[in-house]
Design a protein around this ligand. Structure first.
Ligand SMILES: [Zn+2]
Length: 349
């Protein structure tokens, strides 16, 4: 034995000792890493088991898992989500998450699951998924953006605003999102008097990050005088539906008569009768109605729909966040000439 091992005062002995120590450290860190990974996997498993549903619409639970299934099943779940078949999309996502052991490989599927829960209206489940993703990967921007949407829908504006700071740290431009959330918080503040709210809204009109349409809509329901005083002639089209559906008693004829576009709108509406004052709005539908009135037809009206500038989807009712793609400040008011219905006198406010 003495001939095999070098003597303790031999330099070779020190080198051998160092090699043995390095090997021991390496082996133990591999073992500890595996234990940690396994622990993480089990905690995620326990977390997801809470969402497993008894009714499996796709009978996939017994299907043997293969790595080659990941891509087609991910695409299939995405297709189900797009078609509104949320339960099927959720089942597929849960199956994939259940069978993929590495967090990095299933992070995107967890995001999909969170978004599907959000779309299906399971806001608390969606919140849990995004929090779980952020717990493991704090720099996941998609998770942060979607968590903000979940909190906004849960009317937890302060929590939604907390998602802004980490996004800013990662270099994201969040000015408009921050303004959107702060405006929602202001409008929903029950402790603020109408006067204080009105004053705050008027100040926000100066800030380009705040949505003009949302502020004007709120002003028309809080303080009519201030609302009329703050109409921006260049942005009348963006509030055309609000103006069109205002009850006659809420109109300010001094301001209307001083602006050609406003005059044209209320001529078309049939409220202003002064035919001597020529009015043109440069809004095609309004000018068409005025022209048809001149031709003797009083049976035409305006109908409205709302488009999203980002995803190009159309909706029958207005929105502050696109119901399809969740974009903010992308609403486009689309007016069209329609046949007059017997009852049109309602307000959007
Ligand atoms: Zn959209």
């Amino acid at each position: 034995m003495d001939n095999i091992l070098p003597a303790y005062d031999d330099p070779l002995f020190s080198i051998l000792l160092i090699i043995v120590l390095v090997l021991m450290v390496a082996i133990s860190s591999v073992i500890l890493g595996n234990i940690k990974e396994e622990k993480k996997r089990k905690s995620l498993q326990r977390f997801l088991n809470r969402f497993n549903t008894k009714e499996c619409l796709l009978n996939i639970e017994e299907m043997p898992f293969e790595t080659s299934l990941i891509k087609p099943l991910t695409l299939l779940s995405h297709a189900f989500k797009t078609q509104g078949e949320y339960q099927k999309a959720i089942n597929l996502n849960l199956y994939l998450i259940d069978n993929i052991s590495n967090f990095v490989d299933k992070e995107h599927i967890l995001e999909e699951l969170g978004i599907t829960y959000l779309k299906a209206g399971f806001l608390k489940r969606s919140e849990s998924i995004f929090l779980e993703i952020l717990h493991k990967h704090a720099r996941n921007k998609e998770a942060l953006y979607h968590l903000g949407i979940v909190y906004e829908l849960l009317i937890e504006h302060d929590k939604a605003l907390e998602t802004i700071w980490p996004l800013q740290l990662m270099g994201e431009k969040t000015d408009r999102l921050e303004a959107h959330l702060k405006l929602s918080k202001l409008l929903g503040d029950k402790n603020l008097s109408n006067e204080a709210k009105t004053n705050a809204l008027i100040l926000l009109l100066e800030n380009k990050n705040y949505a003009y349409r949302r502020i004007m809509k709120a002003l028309f329901s809080l303080n009519l005088t201030e609302a009329w005083n703050h109409i921006d002639p260049k942005r009348i089209h963006s509030i055309l539906d609000i103006l069109w559906f205002l009850p006659s008693l809420n109109l300010n004829f001094d301001i209307i008569s001083s602006n050609e576009t406003l005059r044209a709108i209320y001529h078309a509406k049939g409220i202003l009768q002064n035919k001597e004052m020529e009015s043109k709005s440069n809004i095609f539908a309004i000018d068409t109605i005025i022209a048809s009135q001149k031709g003797g037809s009083n049976n035409v009206d305006l109908s409205f729909s709302y488009g999203c500038e980002k995803c190009k989807q159309h909706f029958p009712i207005g929105f502050t966040r696109c119901p399809k793609c969740y974009a903010i400040d992308t609403i486009q008011v689309k007016e069209a000439v329609a046949k007059k219905q017997s009852q049109t006198g309602y307000s959007l406010l």
